[in-house]
Design a binder for this molecule. Sequence first.
Ligand code: PEP
Ligand code: MG
Length: 323
Amino acid sequence: FRKKLLTMKDRESISKDGHKVEIAGNIGTPKDIDKVIENGGEGVGLYRTEFLYMDRDRLPSEEEQFELYKIVAQKLGTRPLVIRTLDVGGDKELPYLSLPKEMNPFLGYRAIRLCLDRQDIFRTQLRAILRASSFGNIKIMFPMISNIKEIRDAKAIIEEVKEELRKENIPFDEDIEIGIMVEIPAAAIHSRIFAKEVDFFSIGTNDLIQYTLAVDRGNQDIAYLYNQYHPAVLNLIRMTIENGHKEGIWVGMCGEAAGDKKLLPVLLAMGLDEFSMSASSMLRARYDLQNYSKEEVQKHLDTLLSLPTAEDVEKYIDENIIK
Ligand code: PEP
Ligand code: MG
């Protein structure tokens, strides 16, 4: 079967009724890029840069970051590389920053909140990303966005960094795309307005599920409540995709749900443009995609999203949609 899957490597990701999407990989370290390429990834939908900051005793320098981002961008060539800016805090700690202990770290000082406060860290990373952008097709993505001001402030800082680089005659991609993770319910609910501020959305279902259902994603005692088929979650996903499209931007997904076999046809029907998942799932997803007609599955969406429980949703997919 692996052999059969490998025949999918250089194909387009296309549904039975000819609708084209992009299947990309998630990476945590530059080494991961080889697996994405071996498995026919059409790009990287999420580069989790925080690992570069973890497991060490000081912040990575601009030069260190630049070299790594550049290598990954060059390996991908023209294929897109979405670099997410530092997403620490919550369960991901940086000992050398000695951040205060918090009662609710997942609701606390983390990700874009930390970056907008510690602009020294943020600007260093943005300089490295922008410099690397002249070696490939890089896009910048901000994590944990909960309001418009964060987007505007982060974009203003990018503009300042760009201006700095121009003055120093350092090349970068002037038209670099800027997007946000939609992983906080407020961003999904208000996505029509958020979409006016950015070039793309990437739905982070790992956190979106956690925050929508108020279920700590790492707590085993309540893991039974953490469910990607919860109708409230699926409605937020649909709303985000539709609102993004109404404003003319593309919408991807880089949470675990993007690689879920049962959600693949549903997300296709909702119009998701890019599916970013672990490299090992990509060929399988491309293979499965050929079995589904977007238009056919669309006929089920209203019913599916009106079902009362996650169990009903999963059962409905099993009985009516999955091939
Ligand atoms: C997510 O929240 O879905 C996501 C992709 O980001 P992370 O898992 O790194 O929080
Ligand atoms: Mg997240």
